[in-house]
Design a binder for this molecule. Structure first.
Ligand code: ZN
Ligand code: ZN
Ligand code: ZN
Ligand code: ZN
Length: 155
């Protein structure tokens, strides 16, 4: 799995003679004894939080993840960006946040989710069939063979 960007968070002592630090989260001066440094900016301990679950990243460990202007904990990063994988039809990577179709353990681009024999697209309620990891419409499935490992599902 490849992460877009991985940043480690370090708790650094604030130098009393240093310039005043402004928190990148709340834009207020940081008067605390310690300041978090991450993404080349400074943060209150309470302000460096996961954009999804609000957990404090300074506490949780030493690594945070950034993508699409979000700061995320490991768990949420994986949940949002780690699961998409490759389209089972065209084998290309499906970008995060793109709508996908799922059939069993496979994921597909919306555009790729069509009968792989006749290219018919499916509408909600249509039945589709998986045979040898190919998506088939009902006609092609029934016109073909009735054996093999297959499953019918309705959208
Ligand atoms: Zn702050
Ligand atoms: Zn989180
Ligand atoms: Zn595809
Ligand atoms: Zn078909």
């Amino acid at each position: 799995m490849v992460f877009d960007k991985e940043e480690s968070v370090s708790l650094v002592p604030l130098q009393s003679k240093g310039k005043p630090r402004v928190c990148a989260g709340c834009n207020r001066r940081i008067m605390d004894r310690f300041v978090l440094e991450a993404l080349d900016r400074y943060w209150h301990e309470d302000c460096l939080k996961c954009a999804c679950c609000d957990c404090r990243l300074g506490d949780v460990g030493s690594t945070l993840y950034t993508r699409a202007n979000l700061i995320l904990c490991h768990k949420d990063y994986l949940r949002l960006f780690g699961m998409t994988g490759n389209c089972a039809a065209c084998s290309k990577v499906i970008p995060a946040f793109e709508m996908v179709m799922r059939a069993r353990e496979n994921v597909y681009h919306l555009d790729c989710f069509a009968c792989q024999l006749c290219s018919q697209r499916f509408c909600v309620g249509d039945k589709f069939f998986l045979k040898n990891n190919m998506i088939l419409c009902q006609l092609d499935y029934e016109g073909g063979h009735q054996n093999g490992n297959s499953a019918d599902q309705a959208l």
